[in-house]
Design a protein around this ligand. Structure first.
Ligand code: TYD
Length: 208
């Protein structure tokens, strides 16, 4: 049986990493063979691209950013994700294409349909089975990640950027209601997990 492809999304500070660890534990406890990976990255080449893409001193045109994200993704799909799914392994991926829509289009203003064209080219209809999108107001996310509460100008600009990223995630969720689940990440971590557990087990077809 083909494995399931699960992706996790959300703006920085939404608690995605904590929930990813928890979700991995939950699936493994149910005996599911699991591969944990991330984007950008997931292959040797992809991890090199990741280093360049996340380099704070690098200012890239959004087209370049999107093209590199999809170049890394093509490798990731061909060498890691698809072979794993075909072997019956489930794939838990920290960010995927929804992040390109959110960050490169929502955040940086690249046209939505350009990303749709790249998505079609690279994925040819392949989509995650389930996407959990952790949704939080940027100010709250920033406060959560332990930084000062009163924003300076740079942080205000960042909040505006992340607010656009957030809206783009919500738009994607409206366009893909079957696979995308928006989770209110402002609630305490444990409460989110309590609510999420039965939902995940049920959509994954696992008996609790
Ligand atoms: P993440 O792994 O969440 O970073 P960290 O855990 O170090 O905070 O995400 C890496 C960054 O890459 C994040 O800021 C979002 C960005 N990103 C894009 O801009 N476009 C994409 O397509 C992807 C996958 C990520």
């Amino acid at each position: 049986m083909r494995g399931k492809f699960i992706t996790l999304e959300g703006i920085d500070g939404a608690g995605k990493s904590t929930q990813l660890q928890w979700l991995a534990g939950l699936l493994e406890a149910h005996g599911i063979p699991l591969l944990i990976t991330r984007e950008p990255g997931g292959t040797e080449f992809g991890e090199k691209l990741r280093q360049m893409l996340l380099d704070r001193n690098q200012r890239l045109h959004p087209d370049t950013e999107a093209l590199l994200m999809f170049a890394a993704r093509r490798e990731h799909l061909a060498k890691v994700i698809v072979p794993a799914l075909e072997a019956g392994t489930w794939v838990l991926c920290d960010r995927f294409t929804d992040a390109t829509f959110a960050y490169q289009s929502g955040g940086s203003g690249l046209a939505w349909d350009r990303i749709e064209a790249l998505e079609q080219w690279v994925q040819q209809g392949l989509q995650p089975d389930i996407t959990l999108c952790f949704d939080i107001a940027p100010e709250l996310g920033r406060a959560r990640s332990g930084r000062i509460k009163q924003p300076d100008r740079f942080e205000q600009e960042q909040d505006a950027f992340f607010s656009r990223v957030r809206q783009a995630y919500l738009r994607r969720a409206r366009e893909h209601p079957d696979r995308m689940h928006i989770i209110d990440a402002s609630a305490p971590v444990i409460e989110i997990q309590k609510k999420l557990e039965p939902v995940i087990l049920s959509i994954c077809g696992i008996k609790s």
